[in-house]
Design a protein around this ligand. Structure first.
Ligand code: ATP
Length: 251
């Protein structure tokens, strides 16, 4: 029998009024695997990340390392090792890179303690440096975000989600705005993260990045999974081309 996946949703369903934003979405991500989630605007990709991380009301199961997390609040899911980025993931430009990572896990009011508002373990300077080094940003800790390239700034955003012990990373359009070269470098860094055993769910409209870097891809349309499989099969799937790739390639 294959081992249990690191991460799974089972029949995850989110309804916003009359809109079925996620319709019984079932997917898995293994340890060390990068899994893409693609689909047209409004297909329900961000909703899935919101539901999985505890920010949208949902029915269905969410499991991380064999532990059910549905029903838990965002802080408990984060403490269990599930981390996300946000589409508008701007950095604080008046803080250094290391301070940006620390700020992401500070408690409001500057209180210190064993955990933060998101339930994360408070990492020490070593933890912050380790997260930066994993992303090739080891010498950027004391620099300001504006001194870095856009690609490096995007990686700082990922490092922010990695600090404090992360098993599963949910990335919502982390490469938006990158050119082809930067996006290729970004993909290589994602592979380095996955090689440490972290699972990655990658949402992006950059099809070159998604199809190059992902082990498997799920396609959402109107909240439903309409296809899943390895990138080569997804690229050639007529239903996927009709629903999304035709327009995505033309963009
Ligand atoms: N908070 C909300 N309240 C009501 N409806 C919402 C809410 N969030 C999303 N929706 C609706 O749910 C559907 C899915 O939206 P979602 O943002 O998840 O799509 P998406 O695939 O992430 O799109 P994009 O690629 O543009 O980011 C859309 O019809 C959207 O209007």
């Amino acid at each position: 029998m294959p081992p249990d996946p690191l991460f799974a949703t089972d029949a995850l369903t989110v309804r916003y009024g009359g809109v079925l934003a996620n319709d019984r979405v079932t997917l898995t991500v293994d340890r060390g695997e990068i899994v893409g989630l693609i689909g047209p605007n409004g297909a329900g990709k961000t909703t899935l990340v919101d539901a999985v991380s505890g920010f949208a009301p949902a029915t269905g199961a969410v499991t991380l390392a064999g532990r059910r997390l549905d029903g838990a609040g965002p802080h408990r899911r984060r403490a269990a090792g599930l981390a996300r980025t946000w589409q508008a993931g701007e950095l604080f430009t008046d803080l250094t890179v290391a301070q940006n990572l620390a700020a992401a896990i500070e408690r409001p009011g500057g209180r210190t303690g064993g955990g933060d508002v998101c339930g994360r373990r408070r990492p020490d300077a070593d933890g912050i440096q380790a997260a930066l080094e994993m992303l090739g940003l080891g010498d950027a800790a004391d620099r300001r975000p504006t001194e870095l390239s856009l690609g490096q700034q995007k990686l700082v955003g990922v490092a922010r989600a990695l600090v404090g012990g992360t098993a599963m990373l949910l990335l919502d359009e982390p490469a938006a705005g990158l050119d082809t070269h930067e996006s290729g470098q970004f993909g290589a860094e994602l592979r380095r993260i996955a090689a440490t055993g972290v699972g990655v769910l990658l949402i992006d409209h950059d099809m070159t990045l998604v199809l190059d870097v992902c082990d498997r891809v799920y396609v959402l349309d109107f909240g439903k999974v309409i296809a899943s499989g390895p990138p080569a099969a997804i690229r050639d799937d007529p239903a996927v081309i009709a629903a999304y790739l035709g327009s995505a390639v033309a963009e």
